[in-house]
Design a protein around this ligand. Structure first.
Ligand code: SF4
Length: 385
């Protein structure tokens, strides 16, 4: 289950996630929780029997959620699923400046936190429009660990204007040495329609070229590998036993129920699936009475889109996501689950060519991208589509 919380204190200039800037006091906490619960009940009424494996509260800035209201939502989710994989992984995304009482969050049922550090350089944090500085970022990680969270993840951005590989590597090393068990490190992408997108178009913002970004990626990976972190996905690193179960579910193509304003969900039915997206209009989403009677199989005021995905589309998606993993893409498993064959003449030829170039490894029923080529994952997967 993914729960979206669509508010932030201020909008970061590079962000194109669905979030609305708001004072904490103005967020309609109770009404939002009511709508989440109404949506949960409506969607699960037609779901059939499922095993709940993880809950992820993302945003936005979910650490602005009133802990009492979040606890109400979490216990409704747990109550709804007769079968849960225990201990259930429950992750809360947090920003350093709004994560101040770890024990309160533990009491809500959250047992894993993912903290948006992004950088440990104060000038870069200011440039990114973040509301915290290095000291606050490190303090929030320390606070999470000392509060008793056994699973703490740090989010980092690299490839920032004027950033050198050694700086990004030092940031990764610093958070790892502090005791987190998981690091996500993403390349800053310039999204059109954001203030950074406009600035880049007008030449006011210059990001490092591809060669420097690749060097930075390698430097971050090497720094974390030296500290025992497994590079288990293109942008994710973990100590043993600390992989994100929730995100592994996305990469392996598991179903997920998305709840909340603007949330996506994917629910399979035999060898096809339905992907839906909720309205991104917060006021509309707050109509919790509407949720009780809304139709889920077609667009309406609360459901922005409903799309049927056939087996071939799902296979391509699984290939693209599976190749992001160090474990690779398991052909037999996907063929069994989707009821179609993977190999076509074109795919055979493309895979042979990639293997000859050292871009792809075939082992039994697995396809894997070698570590050194992982940064080219998107291009390599496209060749196999
Ligand atoms: S805090 Fe996160 S979700 Fe909110 S605006 Fe910044 S990057 Fe976007």
């Amino acid at each position: 289950v993914y729960v979206h919380f669509p508010w932030c204190v201020r909008k970061c200039p590079y962000c194109d996630f669905l979030s609305v800037a708001s004072d904490r006091a103005d967020i309609p906490q109770r009404q939002y929780a009511d709508s989440l619960i109404a949506e949960l009940e409506r969607r699960t009424a037609e779901l059939g029997e499922r095993v709940l494996t993880s809950i992820y509260i993302g945003g936005g800035t979910p650490s602005l959620f009133d802990p009492g209201e979040l606890a109400r939502v979490l216990s409704a989710v747990r109550r709804t699923f007769a079968s849960c994989l225990e201990p259930l992984e429950v992750t809360l995304e947090c920003n350093p400046n709004s994560f101040d009482n770890g024990r309160v969050w533990l009491d809500t049922g959250v047992n894993r936190v993912s903290i948006g550090v992004q950088s440990l350089d104060d000038d870069m944090l200011r440039m990114l429009g973040r509301l915290h500085d290095r000291a606050e970022a490190l303090g929030s990680l320390r606070h999470a660990i000392e509060s008793g969270f056994s699973r703490v993840s740090a989010d980092l951005l690299f490839g920032l204007p004027d950033e050198q590989p050694a700086q990004a590597a030092a940031h990764a090393r610093a958070v790892a040495e502090l005791g987190v068990g998981h690091v996500s490190a993403y390349n800053l992408t310039i999204e059109p329609g954001t203030p950074f997108g406009d600035a880049a178009q007008e030449g006011r913002l210059v990001v490092p070229d591809d060669v420097l970004v690749a060097e930075t990626y390698d430097a971050v990976r090497d720094a974390l590998a030296a500290l025992g972190f497994e590079h288990y996905e293109v942008s994710n690193y973990s100590l043993p036993g600390q992989r994100s179960r929730h995100n592994m579910g996305y990469w392996l193509g598991h179903d997920y129920l998305g709840l909340g304003c603007g949330a996506y969900g994917t629910v399979s039915q035999a060898t096809s699936a339905v992907r839906y997206r909720n309205t991104s209009d917060v006021r509309r989403y707050l109509d919790h009475e509407g949720w009780r009677s809304t139709r889920l199989d077609t667009e309406g005021p609360l459901v922005a889109s409903v799309e049927e995905l056939d087996a071939e589309t799902l296979l391509r998606e699984r290939l693209m996501l599976g190749l992001r993993l160090a474990d690779g893409f398991d052909i037999e498993r996907v063929e069994r689950e989707l009821g179609i064959g993977f190999w076509t003449k074109e795919r055979e030829q493309a895979a042979d060519k990639l293997a000859r170039r050292g871009d792809l490894e075939r082992e039994g029923s697995s396809l894997r991208i070698p570590e050194a080529q992982r940064i080219f994952t998107d291009g390599i997967s496209r060749t196999l589509m």
